[in-house]
Ligand binder design. Structure first.
Ligand code: GLY
Length: 352
């Protein structure tokens, strides 16, 4: 088993092992005193995996209840958050019990927030079922639901008690969902180069667990240095400033990974034009996105993307922090005036 320890405000492990969901009962049983568990999952994942998780928990002495949401981003809302909490009350969950979030980013974000708020905080174990959730959303304690005014607008930082990654679950993931996760993997390669870059340049099929471990280690390092996202954790936003804007303009019809991929490519193009990165590194970034079936451009104009960037959560009044791509393993956070963002967009989209 691969284990990555995260020593943030909560000390916990991310366990990576094929078939680990069938041992989740034993692991969860070692983390909490109580023996009641609410499993939060969605309509895609629950029919495939909830029974296996429940069986393992039952074998370890747990009583379990399932809260199932409709699959999709629109389920990540305050209404479902309250419904999940009501089920915890009905089921008599106490602070010594546990909530298991079994699913992709929607479920891990909503489940994490429910665990943070229920009785002011109960143990949450994350069992991510998408590549994106394994390498990003289930680790690091960002939890949230969406408001009609914006994505992830209503949430807290709350670290899980453990994260269990079982890469065999990715076999049932749709191709576009896998690609979604690959955008974050490529982001880690851009930030740090090294082994992740080596793996994704080659044939990664036999190296999936190692790849997940390497990504989680990078995320762990940023989270441990800057749990509350005031400094270096913002490196993880490479590609996300433009990406979030593109998601918003498309009314979320462009998936997160696709939007981040486009965002990274725009930034790389812009950095090359500013002589900050080499043509070779930019080309490599674009070719990796293409290799993993991610888009590198979009139909929206730079003015549209600029307007949508104005409502970015990372913006501080008239400033915004952006992540520049200077080459693989060489990115930089730069505070710029919001108005200057449009210059990066013009250059990155060839509209100078
Ligand atoms: N997904 C970015 C972060 O956790 O900071």
């Amino acid at each position: 088993m691969r284990t990555v320890n995260v020593n943030a405000s909560e000390n916990y492990n991310v366990y990576i092992e094929q078939g680990i969901i069938d041992n989740c009962g034993e692991i969860v049983g070692g983390l909490v005193r109580g023996r009641r568990c609410v499993i939060i999952s969605d309509s895609n994942v629950a029919p495939l995996y909830a029974q296996r998780v429940a069986d393992s928990l039952k074998a370890a002495g747990f009583r379990t209840a399932l809260f199932e949401i409709e699959a999709g981003e629109s389920s990540k809302n305050p209404d479902n958050l309250v419904k999940a909490a009501e089920l915890c009350v009905e089921y008599g969950l106490t602070r010594s019990d546990v909530l298991v979030a079994l699913g992709g980013g929607v479920v891990t974000d909503l489940g994490g927030l429910c665990g943070a708020l229920y009785q002011r905080g109960i143990a949450v174990v994350q069992i991510p079922t998408s590549l994106l959730a394994m390498v990003d959303s289930s680790v690091g304690g960002k939890t949230a639901v969406n408001l009609t005014s914006g994505k992830n607008m209503f949430g807290v930082f709350y670290q899980p008690r453990a994260v269990l990654c079982d890469s065999t679950l990715l076999r049932t993931l749709k191709e576009e969902e896998f690609a979604n996760g690959m955008a974050e993997v490529i982001k880690y390669a851009a930030l740090k180069g090294g082994r992740i870059l080596e793996i994704i340049k080659g044939n990664m099929e036999n190296n999936l667990d190692e790849l997940i471990e390497e990504c989680v280690k990078i995320k762990r390092d940023y989270v441990c240095d800057d749990e509350f996202d005031k400094g270096v954790r913002q490196f993880l936003n490479f590609g996300h400033t433009f990406g979030h804007a593109i998601e918003r303009i498309s009314n979320f019809s462009v998936a997160h990974g696709s939007a981040v991929s486009i965002g990274m490519c725009i930034m790389a193009e812009s950095c090359e034009k500013n002589s900050l990165c080499s043509k070779e590194d930019k080309e490599l970034l674009l070719s990796l996105c293409k290799k993993y079936r991610l888009p590198t451009s979009c139909k929206y104009s730079s003015d549209d993307i600029f307007m949508a960037s104005m409502s970015d959560k990372k913006r501080e009044s008239y400033d915004i922090n952006i992540v520049l791509f200077k080459g693989f393993g060489d990115c930089e956070i730069k505070k710029i005036l919001l108005d200057d963002l449009v210059v990066y967009l013009y250059k990155g989209m060839g509209e100078e």
